[in-house]
Design a protein around this ligand. Structure first.
Ligand code: ZN
Length: 408
C-alpha cells in the first residue's frame, strides 16, 4: 500500500516543515505549500463573499476578561496557553474567534434590517497541545481557522445553518473531498458544558431540522458538543481509517446571552439574536493535510502548487519554452520550465508526475507554435496550438473541481 501520510508527502513535495527553534507543532510553509494554502484561502473568501458574508480582521490576543465573559476561561482553560502579564493586565492567545466577533457585532447598533449579518474571518487561534501529540499539520499549536458567525433572528437560524451546509458540500465537490458522515454532536456527562437545558434542547431541535431537511444521513453522538452548544460535524476519514472533524455548523443561544447582544426589531424593541458558528474547510492546516492524503499529492489542477510544466526537448527550444511559461503566468497559472540541464526528457516527465499538465516542446512544435500535451493521468490530448492549450488549462483551473480535461 502507498504511504499516504501527509507528513511524508508534505516533506517530499516541499510544502511545509518544522524547525526545533520555532518549536514543535508550529510548522512553516514553503513556497509550494504557501501557493496551495493561498489558493485555498482565496477560494474560501470568494465563496463566502458570493454567499453574502463580510470579512473582518481581529487580533489574536485578548484580555483574560474577554474569555471569562465568553466562558472559555471556565470551560476550555486546559486547552489554552497561560496568561501573559502585560502592564498589570493578563493577555491570552485566543482559543477561538467567536468572542472577538461577538464584540464586533456589539460595537454598533444593529437593526433587524442588518440581519442575517454574516461575519467571516480566516484568523489565527491557538491551542496548547502537549508536545507528545503534535505532528505534521493535523495537531498544531497555531491554527488558521476558516471561521464565520452569522448573527440572525431565531426564525432565520435554520435557513442560515442550511446555507452553511450547502456551502460545505459545494466546497467538498470543488476540492474533491468526501465527507465520511455527518454527526449531530450533543453534550455528554461532566461539567464541561454550560448548564441551560432549555437552550440545549432548542438548539438541538433546530440542528435536527437542518439535517432532516438536507436529506443527508447522520448520527447523534453524545459528548462531542462545543461547551456552549450542540453542533453538526462533517467527518472525514484519512487513508488509515482515522476519523476527524473538518467542517462544523452550530446554533448558539448561549454566547449572545453572555455578550448581551441585541438588535432592534420591527416593533422598535430590543431582541436577542442567535449566533450560527460555521466553518467550511475547518482549519487551513487540517484541510491541506487531508487534501494531500485524499489525492496522494496529486492536487486538483486549480490547487496544484505547479500546474503546468513546459519541457523543451533540447536547448534550442528553451527560449521558446520560457516564452510559453511567461504567457501562462500572465494568465494567472503556476508554470515552470524543466529544461535539458535537469536530465533526459523521460526523467523530467517522471519527476513531473504530479503536475497536472505537461507540455513537450520539440523542434517541430516550436516552429509551428504548438505543444505536445500530456496529462498527469497518462492521457495525451495531442499536439495543440499554444494559445488554445493555455486557454483550456485556464478554463479548467477557473472551473475548479477535480477534472483534468474537458470539452474545449
Ligand atoms: Zn464560533
Amino acid at each position: 500500500m502507498r504511504d499516504l501520510d501527509h507528513r511524508r508527502l508534505g516533506r517530499e513535495l516541499g510544502l511545509f516543515d518544522t524547525d526545533p527553534l520555532m518549536g514543535a507543532g508550529l510548522p512553516y510553509w514553503l513556497p509550494d505549500g504557501a501557493a496551495v494554502r493561498h489558493t485555498l484561502e482565496e477560494y474560501v473568501r470568494e465563496a463566502e463573499r458570493a454567499a453574502g458574508y463580510r470579512h473582518v480582521y481581529s487580533p489574536v490576543l485578548g484580555k483574560r476578561e474577554l474569555y471569562e465573559l465568553s466562558g472559555h476561561w471556565d470551560h476550555y482553560r486546559d486547552d489554552m496557553y497561560p496568561p501573559m502579564d502585560v502592564g498589570g493586565e493578563q493577555m491570552l492567545l485566543r482559543p477561538s474567534l467567536c468572542p472577538h466577533h461577538a464584540l464586533i457585532f456589539r460595537s454598533r447598533t444593529r437593526s433587524h434590517r442588518d440581519l442575517p449579518y454574516r461575519m467571516a474571518e480566516l484568523g489565527g487561534m491557538y491551542r496548547s497541545e502537549r508536545s507528545g501529540v503534535l505532528g505534521g499539520l493535523t495537531r498544531v499549536r497555531a491554527i488558521q481557522l476558516n471561521d464565520a458567525h452569522i448573527f440572525c433572528t431565531p426564525d432565520q437560524a435554520v435557513e442560515e445553518a442550511a446555507g452553511a451546509l450547502a456551502l460545505i458540500s459545494r466546497a467538498y465537490a470543488d476540492l474533491g473531498i468526501r465527507a465520511s458522515r455527518h454527526r449531530l454532536s450533543l453534550p455528554g456527562g461532566g461539567g464541561k458544558y454550560v448548564a441551560d437545558p432549555a437552550l440545549w434542547r432548542r438548539a438541538t431541535a433546530l440542528l435536527r431540522e437542518v439535517l432532516d431537511a438536507s436529506g443527508v444521513p447522520y448520527e447523534a453522538v453524545e459528548g462531542e458538543a462545543a461547551f456552549y452548544g450542540p453542533k453538526i460535524d462533517v467527518q472525514i476519514t484519512d487513508p488509515a481509517g482515522r476519523e476527524s472533524t473538518l467542517s462544523t455548523v452550530q446554533i448558539d443561544f448561549h454566547q449572545p446571552e453572555r455578550f448581551g447582544l441585541r438588535y432592534t426589531g420591527p416593533d422598535g424593541a430590543r431582541h436577542r439574536p442567535v449566533m450560527v458558528h460555521r466553518s467550511v474547510i475547518g482549519s487551513v492546516e487540517r484541510a491541506v493535510a487531508h487534501l494531500l492524503e485524499e489525492h496522494g499529492g496529486a492536487f486538483p489542477p486549480w490547487l496544484a502548487p505547479l500546474q503546468l510544466v513546459v519541457l523543451p526537448v533540447g536547448e534550442e527550444q528553451e527560449e521558446h519554452a520560457h516564452a510559453v511559461v511567461r504567457e501562462a503566468v500572465a494568465l494567472g497559472l503556476r508554470a515552470e520550465v524543466s529544461g535539458p540541464a535537469e536530465g533526459s526528457l523521460g526523467a523530467r516527465i517522471r519527476r513531473s508526475r504530479l503536475v497536472p499538465y505537461q507540455a513537450v516542446l520539440g523542434a517541430r512544435e516550436a516552429e509551428d507554435g504548438m505543444l505536445a500535451v500530456r496529462l498527469r493521468d497518462g492521457r495525451r490530448p495531442g499536439v495543440l496550438p499554444v494559445a488554445e492549450f493555455l486557454r483550456r488549462v485556464e478554463g479548467r483551473v477557473r472551473a475548479r473541481g477535480t477534472a483534468l480535461w474537458g470539452p474545449a
